[in-house]
Design a binder for this molecule. Structure first.
Ligand code: SF4
Length: 488
């Protein structure tokens, strides 16, 4: 018994006689061709959407968009790898009609069209709507932290930057002294050591560059007046965010997705430079509502999104929210995590503006707190709590405080809704967590470009690739191609 044999290398083999035959009839690349050909590049505002009458001809943006779509779909995102694939991948040879743009052209295309990839995703979602792939009834919202193009060690605060500048200054001083001593040697007729002198000046130039960079970063941190405690040295717009995979912190961005739960397709997406999801509920819910053109919509999100003003804003727009409350509101102590009476067990009496607690005591308005522009009213009764037999079940502190927002009615309605339909949280986990799990598995959870504007473009392409892969798994290719031709 022998092994399966390959073809002898010397034997003459012919590729199919025409480029058309390089690609199988059922290859997804055929859909990319039809879909991109049907896009109005002028309306989408792509650069070079109209060829210039003079000068060297540029690449058709449709060809470069096809290359990116194909690449993202097959987990090839870097411009150098796309350049290599364009020269050897039969499907890309077919898709680009043997064009082989270099990596700089490919990278420039992504940079110059950062704002328009969101529009391409919108066009694809429009096609999905025509195919009835969106339920437009329930949307799950979630966020995940993706790594910025920044070494996790290359970040620091004001103190660290001051130390780095002092360290660089000391080294510059050292090199200047060394240069002085070289000059003295020259004056004392010692042989001139040119190569070493050149090295020192190069070193000095490099140190001055570092000093300038650290000084700029320090100035930016000071100008922001304590809005953030750390700044990334490579991608200054990145934030210190939780790294769930490694149970630590990293410099990264907060990626947001709103997913239609019928087929787990992304309907709205964004990337924000904020470490938490607190201010994302209304923007994401309203973006999803607009994308689905739904007058009413149900939205489910985890407790990180719970914010009274956003719950109220959603209600006013016809969006019904299912978002669990945080901390003691949910029946869990913020101090040690133990079970305590949930806020719903405290009855509010609007006429007297007081709360009645489970220990039959009255909690009055004792103060207000303000954080990030949000005002919270604080209700308590310290003397009653001190003597209360139920204190262990009520608080981990000396006394219990109930927080009330100016939009509390909306918070209470949201809590009642969730209590009536607790399975909503299960639906959320099943849909949106699958999206981020897939993107992480594809390796799309670390950005290749710097700055918020650029990483937003990258994530729009990732979301488009995700939706495309999902739809290719849901429908026969010919049906998709037919629909894309019809809607073009
Ligand atoms: S600890 Fe205070 S708030 Fe809690 S039940 Fe007792 S008296 Fe009421």
């Amino acid at each position: 018994m022998s092994y399966v044999q390959g073809v002898p290398r010397e034997e003459v083999q012919l590729l199919p006689p025409s480029v058309e035959e390089y690609v199988d009839e059922q290859a997804p690349v055929r859909f990319i061709e039809v879909f991109v050909n049907g896009l109005d590049m002028v309306a989408l505002k792509f650069t070079h959407a109209v060829p210039s009458a003079t000068g060297r001809p540029s690449y058709d943006p449709k060809d470069l968009l096809k290359l990116y779509l194909y690449g993202y779909l097959h987990r090839i995102r870097s411009s150098r790898r796309l350049e290599a694939e364009a020269g050897r991948n039969l499907e890309l040879l077919w898709l680009l009609r043997l064009l082989k743009p270099d990596f700089k052209t490919i990278a420039d295309f992504r940079r110059d069209n950062r704002s328009v990839f969101k529009g391409v995703l919108r066009q694809f979602n429009l096609l999905c709507r025509q195919l009835g792939l969106f339920g437009a009834e329930l949307v799950a919202i979630d966020g995940s932290k993706f790594k910025a193009l920044n070494n996790s060690q290359r970040h620091g605060g004001v103190e660290q930057l001051r130390k780095l500048i002092a360290h660089v200054d000391a080294r510059i001083e050292e090199y200047l002294r060394a240069l002085d001593s070289q000059d003295e040697q020259v004056e004392g007729a010692a042989p001139r050591r040119e190569p070493a002198g050149v090295k020192l000046t190069d070193k000095l130039a490099e140190l001055s560059k570092h000093r300038e960079q650290y000084a700029c970063l320090l100035a930016q941190l000071e100008q922001e007046g304590g809005a953030r405690d750390k700044i990334a040295f490579t991608d200054v717009e990145a934030r210190k965010v939780k790294d769930v995979q490694r149970s630590g912190y990293m410099m990264g961005y907060n990626v947001q997705a709103a997913v239609d739960t019928r087929h787990d397709l992304i309907v709205a997406e964004d990337v924000v430079a904020q470490a938490n999801d607190r201010s994302q509920l209304a923007p994401m819910a309203l973006a999803a509502q607009e994308a689905l053109q739904a007058r009413t919509l149900e939205v489910v999100a985890d407790k990180g999104y719970h914010q009274a003003a956003h719950l109220q804003q959603c209600e006013q727009a016809g969006v019904v929210t299912y978002v669990p409350a945080q901390g003691t509101n949910s029946g869990q102590s913020t101090k040690d995590g133990r079970e305590v009476f949930a806020k719903e067990q405290f009855g509010y009496e609007a006429g007297a503006d007081v709360y009645h607690c489970p220990g039959a005591q009255v909690l009055r308005l004792r103060g207000r707190s303000s954080h990030e522009g949000r005002t919270t009213l604080l209700y308590s009764n310290e003397s009653a709590c001190r003597k209360c037999a139920l204190r262990g079940q009520c608080t981990a502190g000396r006394y219990r405080t109930i927080n009330r927002s100016p939009h509390e009615e909306a918070v209470e309605r949201a809590a009642r809704r969730l209590a009536e339909r607790p399975h909503m949280m299960h639906l959320r986990r099943r849909s949106v967590e699958h999206v981020f799990g897939t993107l992480r598995m594809w390796g799309h959870d670390s950005f290749l470009t710097r700055g918020l504007h650029s990483v937003r473009a990258e994530f729009s392409l990732s979301a488009l690739a995700y939706n495309l892969r999902r739809v290719l798994n849901l429908l026969p290719l010919q049906q998709l191609i037919h629909a894309a031709r019809k809607s073009a």
